[in-house]
Unconditional design. Structure first.
Lengths: 254, 338
């Protein structure tokens, strides 16, 4: 799947432009990280890619077709999206939440059947959380809940998963495990496009990286080329250095 | 569908179907005019064969024109209010949401009051009530469609429309003839099944079942939408459109019900909660359980209304007196867990 973002601009109101003239492209099963400080419009950009926000200028094409021309079901079969931390309202069993990913794959008025249940169960097993299947979703920890949401995204059988700051609510260990998972998905042939607050994650993944700042892209390319002392210091407004430790690049504030 | 296709599940399904049937059968025996069980069987046989086996014609007529329509009305009202309440609770993710949240009841009440003031007769009153119920839904959706922010705006718009029609009802009460019309209006607003007739029930059936079917078709998507707008959208649900259809169907269902029964309170809150307590949040299960329990609940209460005292007690009063403490119990026992 190919995603082409061409010269797009978005504003909530005439006084508040979030970003203008962004251009980049991406192809599955690559990994793309979007870095930027709080409030630069990373989440807004993701919602534009999914047509949940409507851009005022430019075009977003998925496989050559404008994103606004996709029917919601059709788009959901190509792209799964996990919003920032999800606040659950009802105590659905985990397996049901995972099955929700099947919604775009079954008939418009259908309810998921045996086969869909098997697919969902399969995804829970893949993520090593099948023992949670009958537990209420509301009783899980934040980390487990996120795994369930990933399972339901995988049950969509998408070509690309878009993640909005997937690691920001996870503990130190879970963050790293999550980044490992992103690598695994990539190896399975599923693309991952994510926003993150941690330059180290992009460095570890050695992936394409786009840096958003002041409503524009100030750098894009391989993580090791764009995550530099100067760029990081500029976007986070603190003195930051990229140093080497046992052959790996890490980004450290001073 | 579930992995535990156990005897327990089979028994549950059987109870869901048999319980309302049993209650309906018992209700046929209850009433001011005594009818023996074997007479009822003869009446049903007679309807097909033409031979009533010696049952008095008066009894037969009474059964077909008064008692059966009333039982049918109780079933339709109980099922309709419970189902639509369950929809509203899931869609608004709010334990206090009820079939009347969007102001359908006041719109329908205004229609009925207007019909009474204009001396339209029962069918006219029912028609006016149904129409104004639908009009109030229309205004609510029109107001809400101007905004992007979804269900909160819809509830707010519903409250506004509800307040407007409630004032108009007050105005009609004020101008209505205090000896003849006013008691009629008050009685209608309290809710009652005493005026049920074959026509009243038959008129609402097509729209009623259309709305009912639509909600059933959406049973899975209601689950998905109850996860949140953004989540549902990422699962490929056209949230704006599908939510509007579901809420519209539930509102239309309510306004059909209100047009035959008046405003019966609390059924649409208490019964869905009870269903949720028993089967959990899955709407595919809440839907049949709510319908079944709603029918039983309303049949029991209507039987009480018909028999406890020599004159009818308005059913809306009884459902309130029973429903409010029941709801309090759910809250104190933490059974209402959101």
């Amino acid at each position: 799947m190919r995603l082409e973002v061409n010269n797009i601009s978005f504003q909530y109101s005439s006084e508040r432009t979030i970003f203008r003239n962004l251009t980049f492209s991406y192809e599955t099963p690559g990994i793309l990280c979007i870095l930027g400080s709080n409030g630069t419009g990373k989440s807004t950009l993701l919602k534009c890619l999914l047509h949940q926000n409507h851009i005022q200028k430019g075009t977003i094409r998925i496989d050559g077709k404008e994103v606004e021309k996709y029917r919601p079901r059709e788009l959901a079969r190509k792209v799964a999206y996990l919003p920032q931390s999800h606040v659950p309202s009802f105590a659905f069993p985990v397996i049901d939440v995972a099955m929700m990913g099947r919604t775009s794959r079954i008939g418009y008025f259908a309810s998921p059947g045996k086969n869909d249940r098997a697919v969902a169960m399969d995804k829970l097993e893949y993520l090593h959380i099948s023992h949670l299947a009958e537990k209420p979703y509301t009783a899980l920890s934040g980390g487990e809940r996120q795994m369930v949401m990933i399972a339901s995204a995988l049950a969509q059988e998408p070509e690309l998963i878009i993640l909005d700051e997937p690691t920001s609510h996870l503990d130190f260990g879970n963050q790293f495990r999550f980044i490992k998972l992103v690598e695994q998905l990539h190896d399975l042939g599923i693309g991952v496009l994510m926003t993150t607050h941690f330059p180290d994650h992009a460095l570890y993944l050695d992936c394409d990286t786009v840096i958003l700042h002041n409503g524009g892209i100030i750098a894009s390319g391989n993580a090791h080329d764009v995550i530099t002392d100067a760029n990081m210091s500029e976007i986070y407004h603190i003195d930051t250095r990229v140093i080497q430790l046992n052959g790996r690049d890490i980004c450290v504030p001073f | 569908m579930m992995s535990n296709t156990s005897p327990k599940r089979f028994l549950g399904t059987a109870a869901l179907i048999l319980l309302p049937l049993a209650f309906a059968a018992v209700s046929m025996l209850i009433g001011a005019y005594h009818t023996a069980p074997d007479d009822i069987i003869r009446i049903f046989i007679g309807k097909i064969t033409g031979d009533f086996g010696g049952v008095e014609e008066r009894t037969v007529n009474l059964f077909w024109t008064i008692r059966l329509p009333r039982i049918a009305a109780a079933c339709l009202v109980g099922a309709g209010l419970s189902l639509s309440g369950a929809v509203f609770q899931s869609m608004f993710k709010n334990p206090l949401a009820s079939p009347y949240t969007l102001g359908v009841s006041n719109g329908a009440g205004f229609g009925a009051a207007l019909g009474i003031v204009l001396s339209l007769g029962t069918v006219g009153i029912q028609g006016f009530s149904a129409c104004f119920g639908l009009v109030s839904i229309g205004i609510t959706f029109l107001l809400a469609s101007r905004s992007k922010s979804g269900s909160t705006t819809l509830v707010l718009a519903g409250m506004l429309v509800s307040a407007l029609f409630s004032s108009l009802v007050a105005l009609l009460k004020f101008v209505a003839d205090p000896f003849e019309k006013l008691p009629q209006i008050v009685f209608w607003l309290m809710g009652s099944l005493s005026g049920s007739s074959q026509e009243k029930v038959l008129y609402i059936l097509p729209v009623y079942f259309a709305a009912f079917l639509l909600i059933w078709l959406y049973r899975w998507k209601i689950n998905v939408m109850s996860m949140g707008d953004r989540e549902a959208a990422s699962y490929g649900v056209n949230v704006k459109f599908d939510r509007a259809v579901v809420i519209l169907a539930a509102s239309v269902l309510t306004s059909m019900v209100v047009s035959i029964s008046g405003i019966i309170s609390w059924v649409g809150i208490v019964v869905p909660h009870l269903a949720r307590m028993i089967v959990g949040p899955d709407f595919r299960k809440i839907c049949p359980v709510s319908v079944s329990l709603g029918i039983c609940y309303l049949l029991i209460i209507d039987n009480l209304c018909r028999t406890v005292s020599s004159s009818e007690i308005p059913i809306g009063v009884v459902t309130g007196i029973i429903g409010a403490p029941l709801f309090m119990y759910f809250i104190l026992k933490k059974k209402v867990d959101w």
